[in-house]
Design a protein around this ligand. Structure first.
Ligand SMILES: C[S@@+](CC[C@H](N)C(=O)[O-])C[C@H]1O[C@@H](n2cnc3c(N)ncnc32)[C@H](O)[C@@H]1O
Ligand code: SF4
Length: 478
């Protein structure tokens, strides 16, 4: 088989290799982010709680490790740009009944898998608390929830597992950081977006450099292994000059990872975005200028472009995993943990268990009603076919390795790659002619100019997009 790992290291690339304005303009069209394949719009209500219960019981004693995702939906204030699944409230007491429901759901899952004190089953090597704002919970509530999880599941020691949490520095002090480390978290992702006061005011997220730095320093002090900072371009009033100042501050902080998200403005889907004056948004050209400038600056500062909005330091585990061909992708983005079953807990959570996706109720009342009745709150899902599994792997390897080794797929899936994907490879000939990919007899390599357009390349292998089913609901690629 072809060795594709040796030249996937993007560390040698400069911004000019990655950013080709003409090609970005030509190929920039609506597309999924492929945190799952098939993507969420394909989920349907034919897959529900019964199927979930059967699947959990079936995989309970598989030898592979487990991953857990816990969704805490609450936020104290609303950021107008936000497209996350959240409930905005200042009533901190709302966390109390929610925690109770989460504990009931944890018990239901663990009981269904036959786990008990003497047999806690599969090792949990990955945990992610997302939101919303997980630190909406107070320190005791965080301790209690982690205690519950560790009581019902078999957690790997925290020098072995990847245990991460999303932090809003406005909703977290040094003491909470210490508590997070004490209960086992060892990775952290912090929301920043932009430090410019005019931008912050326009999106209703006032967050100082000092409070962000305080949390970051405390996380380092406490020994968090990898710290990520989220930034966003395309927000109101942003210009290359204003965003440059934010980048200077962030580069000075020197986080292990930086996520640079493209603001997805979809006010018909996300109500708070209607409070953003569209006249204040940067033009398409200014957005591209900000992106180009940011890429140049981050690469010059020594970061490596991992793919799909993510940058990491050369010695970060994500960069190393990518160089070794051991990078994976799941609902939380890139990960170094092998593709494994993921149990989603909490309102709106999505899990991937036994080759199927399962999503919990998005509405708190419906979630509450199901859990209180002792039922799984799953309302839709998707059971992957053999063809879906094959394509899921193709898209995963493409997004993680920027390359496909046809021989590997032929051995693993018993296909002739060129015959099976003849239509996709034909579509990619135009990409090859434009210098985005290189098509070899036994491999496909994404060239530097194709890396920013990896979603568009992956779309060629998406059977459902080919059938024109889901296209209209996705955000723009760049
Ligand atoms: C759940 S939030 C982060 C955790 C925490 N609530 C906070 O705001 O700090 C996850 C990230 O999604 C990104 N995000 C939210 N809305 C977005 C949008 N409309 N377009 C692109 N990225 C978005 C932001 O970068 C945000 O930090
Ligand atoms: S960005 Fe974070 S804090 Fe702001 S509304 Fe969204 S989830 Fe809540």
């Amino acid at each position: 088989m072809t060795d594709l790992t040796s030249d996937t290291g993007a560390s040698r690339l400069g911004g000019a290799d990655l950013f080709n304005l003409e090609l970005i303009r030509k190929y920039d069209k609506a597309g999924p982010r492929y945190t799952s394949y098939p993507t969420a719009p394909m989920f349907h209500e034919g897959v529900g709680a019964d199927e979930y219960a059967r699947t959990l019981a079936r995989v309970a004693d598989d030898p592979a490790p487990l991953s857990l995702y816990v969704h805490i939906p609450f936020c104290n204030t609303v950021c107008y740009y936000c497209g996350c699944n959240k409930i905005v409230t200042r009533q901190y007491e709302r966390a109390i009944p929610y925690l109770d429901l989460l504990c009931q759901e944890i018990d239901l899952v663990a009981d269904t898998m036959g786990y008990h004190e003497q047999h806690q089953g599969r090792k949990v090597t990955q945990l992610h608390f997302g939101g919303g704002t997980p630190t909406f919970l107070n320190d005791d509530q965080i301790r209690m929830l982690m205690h519950k999880l560790k009581q019902r599941f078999n957690f790997a020691p925290d020098d072995e597992g990847e245990f991460s949490i999303e932090i809003d520095p406005r909703e977290c002090n040094e003491q909470t950081v210490a508590v997070l480390r004490e209960v086992g978290f060892n990775r952290m992702s912090m929301g920043v977006q932009d430090f410019d006061p005019i931008v912050q005011k326009a999106v209703n997220r006032i967050q100082s450099r000092e409070e962000t730095l305080r949390v970051l320093n405390e996380a380092r002090e406490q020994g968090f292994q990898s710290i990520n900072i989220d930034l966003m371009y395309g927000l109101p009033h942003q210009t290359v000059e204003t965003f440059d100042r934010t980048l200077d501050i962030i580069i000075d902080f020197s986080p292990d990872r930086i996520a640079l998200f493209n603001y997805a403005h979809l006010p018909h889907m996300f109500m708070p975005q209607r409070r953003i004056d569209e006249g204040d948004l940067p033009s398409a050209q200014e957005k591209l200028n900000i992106l180009e400038h940011s890429i140049n600056k981050l690469l010059e500062a020594g970061y490596v472009f991992i793919g799909m909005d993510h940058f990491a330091k050369p010695d970060d585990e994500l960069t190393i995993a990518q160089q070794q061909g051991k990078l994976y992708r799941n609902f939380q983005g890139y990960s170094t943990m092998a593709d494994c079953d993921l149990i989603g807990l909490g309102v709106t959570s999505i899990g991937y268990v036994g080759g199927a996706f399962f999503q919990n109720q998005k509405d708190m009342a419906a979630y509450t009603e199901a859990v209180e009745a002792g039922n799984f709150p799953v309302f839709r899902g998707y059971v992957l076919s053999a063809e879906d599994h094959l394509r899921r792997h193709v898209i995963m390897r493409l997004m993680c390795d920027f390359a496909l080794d046809f021989g590997w797929f032929e051995q693993r899936f018993d296909i002739s790659f060129r015959e099976h994907f003849a239509d996709a490879l034909q579509d990619l000939e135009e990409f090859a002619a434009d210098g985005l990919v290189e098509l070899q007899d036994d491999a496909l390599r994404v060239l530097p100019a194709g890396r920013l357009l990896i979603r568009n390349i992956a779309m060629a292998f998406d059977e459902y997009l080919r059938k024109k089913k889901a296209e209209s609901s996705f955000s723009k690629v760049i």
